[in-house]
Design a protein around this ligand. Sequence first.
Ligand code: ZN
Length: 194
Amino acid sequence: MKIVHVGEPVLRQKAQPLAAAEISSNSTRKLIERMRETMRDAPGVGLAAPQIGVSLQIAVIEDLAEYHKDASREKLAERERKAVPFHVIINPKIRKTSPQKVEFYEGCLSLPGFSAMVPRAHHVSVECLDEHGKPKVIEASGWYARILQHEIDHLLGTLYIDRMNSRSFSSLDNFSRHWKDKSIKEARAALRLI
Ligand code: ZN
């Protein structure tokens, strides 16, 4: 599936929640399958249905260990990034967020070629349904909490550029050249954010 890019109106709409009957339908099963393939092809750690032009409250998430192989142990530890198996969230609601915010660079498949520092809650509690319509509560912290907040934002028509520290906005080339190996503290100082 083609991933739609920033400027496409569907990325700014509030996606429709799914009714119980829709969740178990063949078309939803197929949509989830296509979303999983599209996320893996990209590759990305999350994909929301609006990103393939479908205004429904569904997102898929998967953070494979193989995506971490180029990152240092320190970097993974600092981000609290661990592998997250494939799963589907439907009609998600963030019920609780920790007051503690953490700031890291993140990107989005709908804004290819860019990255920016985005403050996010360190911990979230999310209520949602799985692909079988079964209610579940997800308690997440660190990078997984960031992925959840990013994907749930998509379902509400919000993009990371709405929350980013705009002085940190960078092309991916320049991110690799100037910011990737800096700590957030060093990056903030270089960007004159302190
Ligand atoms: Zn995104």
